[in-house]
Design a binder for this molecule. Sequence first.
Ligand SMILES: Nc1ncnc2c1ncn2[C@@H]1O[C@H](COP(=O)(O)OP(=O)(O)OP(=O)(O)O)[C@@H](O)[C@H]1O
Length: 979
Amino acid sequence: MFLKRIEMQGFKSFADKVVIQFDHDVTGIVGPNGCGKSNITDAIRWVLGEQSVKSLRGNAMTDVIFAGSADRRMVNMAEVTLVFDNSRRDLNSELDEIEVTRRLYRNNGEAQYLINRNPVRLKDVVDLILDSGLGKDSLSMISQGNISSFAEAKPIERRAIFEDAAGVSKYKKRKLESLSKLERTKENLDRTQDILSELERQVSPLKRQARKAEIYREKKTRLQEIEIAVLVEEITHLNQQIDEAVKTLFDIENSTTMQQTTIQVHETANLEAKKDSNGLEVEINKLQEELMRVINEIQTLETRKIELDEKRKYAIEVGTREEKAKQMQSLLEEARFEYEDRQQRLDQLQRDVALLSQQLSQTAMELAENSQKNDEAAGILRRLQNRREVLENLARQPFNSQAGVKAVMDSQAFLPGVLGVVAKVLEPEKGYEEAISVALGGAMYNIVTTDEASARQAISFLKKNQSGRATFLPIRVLKPRWIAQDHRIVAQNTEGFLGVASEFIHCDPQFDLVSQSLLQNVLVCDTLEHGNNLADLLKFSYKIVTLDGDVIHRGGSMTGGKARNSSSLMTVQRELEEITGTIQSQQAKCQLAQKALDQSGRQRSELERSLTEKRIASAQLEPVVDAKRAKFERLKNDYELLAPEAVDGVQETFADSLITSLNQAYSRRDEITTSLSQKRQQKMKLTADIERREQQIRQIRRELETATASSHAIQLDKAKIETRLENNLARLTSEYQLTYEYARTKVEESHIENAREEVLQLRSEIEALGNINMNAPEEYTEVNDRYEFMRKQVDDLIASRDKILSAIDEMDEVMVRQFKDMFDKINEELGDTFRALFGGGKARLILEDPTDLLNTGIDIDVQPPGKSVQNIRLFSGGEKSLIAISVLFAILKARPVPLCIFDEVEAALDQGNVERFARYIKNFSERTQFIVVTHRPGTMGQCDVLYGVTMQKQGVSQMLKVELTDAIEMAETKEVQPA
Ligand SMILES: Nc1ncnc2c1ncn2[C@@H]1O[C@H](COP(=O)(O)OP(=O)(O)OP(=O)(O)O)[C@@H](O)[C@H]1O
């Protein structure tokens, strides 16, 4: 037997455990109405996976659990087990015996399925019976309701039973699954495609933006690289320009100063010259007046002399020898007088020349001496000025000797928390500069910061730029130091103690701690000796410094002495003040020396002039002396010839002083003329000098104006260059954290050549890029990854959709083929079964739409014997049942099933037809096991065994084997007795 056994407990009316054993081909189940017969078929369907509450005739699934009766309590669980013989492999399993169990609990609604007592899923049970002919739409379970509805059903509603017979249910199920999978796939595909197209809309603009951002980054990076080079090159160039401007300005200033001095000198000289010229003018006027007077005097004297000479001539010509001799003598005396007079004057002039020459050489010596003194004074002044320049440089750029300190302080603006250098934030009192300098020692160059973080930042800046080292004093961690109170008292009572170093400091209150930590334990003394004394008293516990800058260290070692021109940051200001004073006094000395030099210069010129004057006069006089001597000699000869005896002995006397006066007048005239001509020459020279100088002054003034204008222009340029330099330096530091010095070492010369052009090019390219979304590359990658992922998903979904579609097509093909085969087979069988049941006539199945085998409905065309073809609905109830039964048997013939359960299918048939029906069953029982619920004795008569269902206890069904007679009775009465 295919179905070997049913075990029921708690299922519907079967409250107690009931086991029905099936040992025969045709088992009849009989019993009065409502005893629970149909509950058995319900139980079988329930185990086989029935999910329709309605077809189980309930409202909820738990309605299948025994609900209790008047004298029985309801139960919590329904359990039914079917035991199959699967040796013919009707079920989809390789096992020979299969036990299928279904349980349901009322309290929690839990359902359990078991195959061979192993828990399984509902699906496993469904798969087990798939296409075995036991499906819910198969012939295996037919009720009276099915039979009557089959005939009346719409063609399409009949389709299910044929499909089941054709074994396409599994394909249909799979197709349904595939279709729902397809539906899900399509939904997924639609959704994914929506997302994909949304992403697609985002991807391409993002791709463009990302590319733009990448180009921007590349260009920006390149720009930065070359911008550093360009900045460095520009800074170098600007520095050079500034140096050149400074040099040019210096040159202009120097030459301006020189030119102004020249103007002053010229103006002073002109003033002097004008004064001299005026003096000469007065002298010339006087001399001219005197000359006129002398000339008048000469004229008067000459007139008188002519008169005298006439008288003498007359006396010589007509006079006696004595008279002649007397006149001759007078002439001789005159000539001698003139000769001697000129000789004396010549002698005098020659003496003057000798004297002046001597004076001149003296003055020349003085001049050389003064010139040397002047040079020396100027040399000292120059040295002082050089020193002042050094000091000024030191004051202007105090950290040039400390590269690290300089680098940090130059970039102070970009290093937050860097407050200053100790030497700059602590200001020593006047006179204590040396002492504080040595007291601080190296700490003078320490850099004060607010805290350690600022110091760290500055140190990393130095490292990055390899700009040197520096020591930092974070104020936050500084601690004040002290002199012990008793030591202070000792010090205060010691000669030469001036105080504690920190007392001689002025500073902003924020730096008090710097002073207290560095200087509050250093003592200051006036001299080294006093310092030694104090150190002794204090047992060498403190550093002691002197005003001179000597140090007694803790422990007693001493440092002192003085280097030439060595200045510390603290003393530089004082030295500057001192040197400025010294320079002023040296300048006064220089002026004095210059004055002396000028004086001796003027003196020399004066002497030279006088000497020349005397030499000229002497040269002019020499021929006069010769002429006078010759005249005297000639007259003397003439006189000797006339009165040789009287020559020597003649003692001549002057009748009047005419000749003397005349000589004197001529001499005076000559003097005046010489002097006049000299003075005129002098005056002319002075005038020419003045004119020349004034011309020079005008020229210099014009040059000065040009120089001032160009100096202003250069200064303006310089200011602009300095601003650009500052901007470039600031950009280098703030943008790239680089010092110029370090950046310069990193830049290669060769890069700079086209860099400037490239910078302009890059800038304009960057400008042209417009707005940049800097997050675009990341956004693009993210969106693109999603896009690619989604595209793959879409591809996968399309592939799986196509696969499902082709699987559906294949299934459709199989279903069409199998359906058509089965349909034809059943149609073939139907003629026989119809004729057998109706005793003649014809019946035929008709496809409603043969072109659509997958969906077509099935009509039945019947012609019972002696009747014309009619619409099936027009037949009687019994005829309809018989038609349905003949189709049913045709199907069974075409496609035998292992088990068939008929629940009062023959109820509407008349006695004769019931018997035909029953015989037919019997005919089939070799291939099919029948369980027939029936009230009809005709059917009962054909059953191999009969079970009666009773409800002896109210509401609880029981089973018992009965004989045919009892069965018939049971069908007609209410109670049956056990066989
Ligand atoms: N859950 C349940 N608990 C108890 N009894 C139930 C339950 N469900 C159904 N019944 C009972 O089962 C009986 C119906 O059984 P069934 O329909 O099998 O009768 P039948 O023998 O087929 O009758 P008929 O010959 O009229 O078709 C009813 O008396 C009903 O009260």
